[in-house]
Design a protein around this ligand. Sequence first.
Ligand code: TMP
Length: 207
Amino acid sequence: MSRGYFITFEGGEGTGKSTQCQLLAESLRLKGKEVVVTREPGGTDGAELIRALLVSGDINRWSGVTEALLLNAARVDHWDKVISPALNRGAWVICDRFADSTIAYQGYGRGLNINFLWELHNSVLPGIHPDLTLVFDLDPEIGITRALARRTSEVRFEKMDLDFHRRMRNGYLEIAKNNPQRCRIIDARQGIEEIHSDIKRLLEVTP
Ligand code: TMP
């Protein structure tokens, strides 16, 4: 049995990536693939509990370092119990956010040292990276308006100031530039169907 394929969807708030995760999963299933759709922070019972701590409450509830440690704790549980077993049995894993989110949000956004964050990642999940990362790029002013119109809970990060979101967006573009083999940028200003077609086209050539 060959190893599966690990795709992550990344980007700021309200970029439409969660919808696209579901659409891609449906089209891969139609081709007969086993697909696991999951998300971070979360994806296991324990990691969902950690998620609840991170995404709700006051903006200043946690420092950037505490967030990074909680996120990595959740990620290891998620990797060990869901992602790794699925890849080992040959499934496709579509994950809504992964380690790049920590680099973009806690690193570029919150100002933690990027090397420290990669060292932390490589200490707890050595050499573990997605096969493909789709970075959804959108002006954060549009994205945050969309995200806040959609939900009123789990908005701790959405409430952070616009400069935080601008730094985070630039961080994602930087990550994509530094990892050209793994990352592709998706123009999230497009409509749902156009983005879905772009992604399917990418996958015809990427795997
Ligand atoms: P979601 O809104 O995409 O479900 O993600 C939950 C929030 O958690 C989102 O605002 C981004 C934030 N987050 C981080 O700050 N760092 C991370 O590493 C991850 C995975 C998410």
